[in-house]
Design a protein around this ligand. Sequence first.
Ligand SMILES: [Zn+2]
Ligand SMILES: [Zn+2]
Length: 96
Amino acid sequence: MASWKTHNCNSCDYSFVGSGKPDALMMGPTIPVICSGCNVIYDRITHSPIGAELDRSCEECDSEEFIPWDYMAKKCPQCEDGIIGESDEGVIVMAD
Ligand SMILES: [Zn+2]
Ligand SMILES: [Zn+2]
């Protein structure tokens, strides 16, 4: 079980809902990645301990190309100097 929060950029209006850090869903461990197709951050399952087929592509553009997001630096993928932060009033979804 993982809790997903709303994350907002402090410089542009980009936001995403996700764990924003390495986490684990029922399907397996996830890492935050940036989609190479549309520059959005999403949680990608790295491998499945139960051998399930991993077809978690970007929900926005269906691209399976991605680069790992530097969740320590928290740089916004959509603007130059934006930093992504967790929103206090963000939605918290239990994802499994
Ligand atoms: Zn930004
Ligand atoms: Zn995409």
